[in-house]
Design a protein around this ligand. Structure first.
Ligand code: NAD
Length: 493
């Protein structure tokens, strides 16, 4: 059976304890994984700190860093089939989707970061006054801790690690123990591409113990976290002990608004796509669906009809649209939300029938569409992280914007309309880090991704991606010495 080790200082490291890596599609143990503890955190942070001090990576010219990063992208692309299958087996992403989410997006985004590195300005001169010239220097921060969940393991590892590495930092990445393989592949290809040992390390371990130790570690200077809002609060509190920089990519409850003039074929399929990608286990899913009352009935009928055509099944099968949830805890949590929707009086407009031949050990939850939902129900306010949507009718555009903005989350929103003036006005008024117009889940290297309100802060991707992993230093040079002489009333001889 495959065994995964930790990756510290360029070497595979094993520990006494192991995790089983379990496939959610059939419950089989597909690999074992070294379980890290605080000793491995310390070793990884020390390796990262030593590499930051003396590996020469932070002095490497930007175009050479970019070349290393590009070579890593090439290597991942060359292993596309293997990686998408691994992702599918580890977390149940339908393999057709995994080709995009676990290979296509990561490769595109790594290449974007390499291009950004080539254009990255480390030293920007500026005139301060008269004979005083300033330089704004962007320096790497030091050791950066990245913490990622299991839903898009390689993509999120890339977002956290590549810009940080491009800026000259060293990274300790805590992978989720359920989905370790792809972060380890990234470590392997970066090493082969020429990244010095210690610059990128991968550890695992229990979230509270190992994640807690990592985020509090005195030598870690920045923590970049993706996960739930609840854990994010703990991570922020731990990082605050030593006043560390933090990036928080947290939960979401995306508002999806369909206007009466929308192209209905597009809006129906797009709204399914918005809440059902990866069986709804995406932070930026569109799970609050607001449909104008004049088209509400027709829209719901069409949504149900199209949902019933989706194929639920083995995630490694190319024809599968919807796979299982991650594990039993996740399945029971989502089932609890479906029960609460029923108890609160929402109507189940659709609940998929699970095919009889599904593997009984799989973590299946049927895609579920709720109507007659009110804004106060738990299914409308809380992040479910499963294949469930709440559909609500609206009459007035101002009222729907106000309703959309009542959420404490603010990661994503979307609008379906053929009137781009209205679309742009809504994009302006919706409180979210990303607003999609006639689209959903389009994640581009060029566009910053992140949240507002309790969905977090800080941005990944976009033109400032590398800058997020730097400190600005101001350097002022007085060529004349005039100001210093004047300070104590000295006169020029
Ligand atoms: P989680 O918060 O339970 O875990 C995320 C990671 O944090 C895991 O690696 C876990 O081991 C680690 N962790 C747990 N406790 C910790 C602690 N005390 N200190 C440090 N690290 C700790 O999240 P999850 O349930 O695994 O993932 C789903 C959540 O992630 C959802 O809420 C989803 O919305 C969110 N998410 C957000 C984004 C985004 O970009 N905004 C992307 C994907 C997922």
């Amino acid at each position: 059976m495959t065994h995964y080790s930790l990756f510290i200082d360029g070497k595979s490291v094993d520990t006494d304890e192991t995790y089983d890596v379990v496939s959610p599609g059939d419950g089989t143990v597909i690999a074992t994984l070294a379980k890290g503890g605080t000793a491995e955190v310390d070793a990884a942070v020390e390796a990262a700190a030593a590499a930051f001090a003396s590996s020469g990576w932070r002095e490497t010219p930007m175009h050479e860093r970019a070349a290393v990063i590009d070579r890593a992208a090439d290597a991942i692309e060359a292993r596309a089939e293997e990686i998408s299958l691994l992702a599918s087996r580890e977390n149940g992403t339908p393999v057709r989707l995994a080709q995009g989410l676990s290979v296509g997006f990561p490769v595109m985004h790594i290449r974007y970061f390499a291009d950004l590195a080539r254009r990255h300005v480390t030293d920007q001169p500026t005139m301060v006054s008269g004979s005083v010239v300033g330089i704004i220097r962007r320096e790497p921060i030091g050791v950066v801790a990245g913490i990622v969940p299991w839903n898009f393991p390689l993509l999120l590892t890339v977002w956290k690690s590549i810009p940080a590495i491009a800026a000259g930092n060293s990274v300790v990445l805590k992978a989720d123990e359920k989905t370790p393989s792809t972060a380890l592949i990234l470590a392997e290809v970066l090493k082969a591409a020429g990244l010095p040992d210690g610059v990128f390390n991968v550890i695992t371990g229990d979230g509270a113990e190992v994640g807690g130790h990592l985020t509090k570690h005195p030598k870690v200077r920045k923590v970049s976290f993706t996960g739930s809002t609840a854990t994010g609060r703990t991570v922020m509190a731990n990082a605050a002990e030593r006043v560390k920089k933090v990036t928080m990519e947290l939960g979401g409850k995306g508002a999806n608004i369909v206007l009466p003039d929308a192209d209905l074929d597009l809006a129906v399929d797009g709204s399914l796509w918005a809440f059902l990608v990866h069986a709804g286990q995406a932070c930026e899913s569109g799970t609050r669906l607001f449909v104008h009352r004049t088209i509400y009935r027709e829209f719901v009928d069409r949504l149900v009809q199209r949902a019933s055509q989706l194929t639920i099944g083995d995630p490694t099968d190319m024809s599968t649209d919807i796979g299982p949830l991650m594990n039993r805890a996740q399945r029971e949590r989502v089932e609890g939300f479906i029960d609460s929707g029923k108890k609160d009086g929402a109507t189940v407009a659709f609940q998929a029938e699970l095919p009889a031949d599904l593997n009984r050990e799989g973590m299946w939850v049927p895609p579920t569409i709720f109507t007659d939902v009110t804004p106060d129900m738990k299914i409308t306010t809380e992040e479910i992280f499963g294949p469930v949507v709440s559909v609500m009718a609206y009459d007035d555009i101002d009222a729907v914007v106000a309703e959309a903005n009542t959420s404490e989350y603010g990661l994503s929103a979307g609008v379906w309309t053929t009137d781009y003036t209205v679309a742009m006005d809504l994009a302006h008024r919706l409180e979210a880090g990303t607003v999609w117009i006639n689209d959903w889940h389009a994640l581009s290297g060029q566009l910053p991704f992140g949240g507002v309100k309790q969905s977090g802060f800080g941005r990944e991707m976009g033109p400032n991606a590398i800058n997020e992993y730097t400190n600005e230093k101001s350097i002022a040079i007085d060529y004349s010495g005039r100001d210093a002489r004047a300070a104590w009333g000295l006169t020029i001889p």
